[in-house]
Design a protein around this ligand. Structure first.
Ligand code: GRF
Length: 208
């Protein structure tokens, strides 16, 4: 069977701030010639993000833009837009990117930004709900299950349409760390699956 031609692939810009294990999952998925996307650039707001090392090892272009020197989120976002436009991505994948984006960034790429969040949205999402805060909230609420949500990004934090979710059990002796690890393992499979769904036209989002 013929594979996907290079020109049919979605060009991704992957945004990170830290370890970049979800970025790694996307890098690994893109190694499959039949995966319908490739990574055009990895963008980080942190110069020391380990994900940048992962990108460089894979031969992927990187861009770093620290928030230092910018007086507002909007100014930062405008600078990020001009960097990213040079790569002309089809899809922007936020993967552990720890900045809230304003409409200055979101509007030019409306419907073409997705994010991964480590809970079953709409549960435990919104401003301030990131990293261990999410898993602590899941345990405090006594939820019997959790799991990652891959969703489209809108100006309302963690409220854009969900593309897919994967469920994992919450176990009686879970700590935030053990739960985080179980969710993260599922996230690594879910993120490439969501990219594939978009590339294959199975899901889309038109912002109004
Ligand atoms: C993921 O759990 C993601 O949902 C959250 O931050 C974590 C990022 O991990 N926003 P990594 O940088 O991809 O390893």
């Amino acid at each position: 069977m013929a594979g996907i031609s290079t020109s049919d692939k979605l060009d991704l810009a992957v945004f990170i701030s830290g370890s970049g294990s979800n970025l790694q999952a996307l890098i690994d998925a893109c190694r499959d010639p039949d995966f319908p996307a490739r990574i055009a650039v990895v963008f980080s707001n942190k110069e020391d993000a380990y994900g940048l090392t992962r990108a460089k090892s894979a031969g992927i272009s990187t861009e770093t833009l620290s928030h230092k020197g910018f007086s507002s989120r909007e100014e930062y976002d405008a600078a990020a837009v001009s960097i990213i436009k040079r790569y002309d991505p089809d899809l922007i994948c936020l993967a552990g990117f720890m900045r809230i984006l304003t409409p200055v960034f979101i509007t030019p790429f409306a419907g073409r930004i997705i994010n991964t969040h480590p809970s079953l949205l709409p549960r435990h999402g919104g401003e301030g709900m990131f990293g261990h805060h999410v898993h602590e909230a899941v345990l405090a609420a006594g939820d019997s299950e959790s799991g990652p949500s891959i969703h489209f990004v809108t100006a309302e934090v963690d409220r854009g349409p969900v593309i897919l979710q994967r469920r994992v059990p919450v176990l009686p002796d879970d700590t935030p760390d053990t739960l985080a690890a179980r969710v993260l393992a599922e996230e690594h499979k879910a993120y490439p699956d969501a990219v594939r769904m978009i590339a294959e036209g199975k899901v889309s989002f038109t912002a109004n």
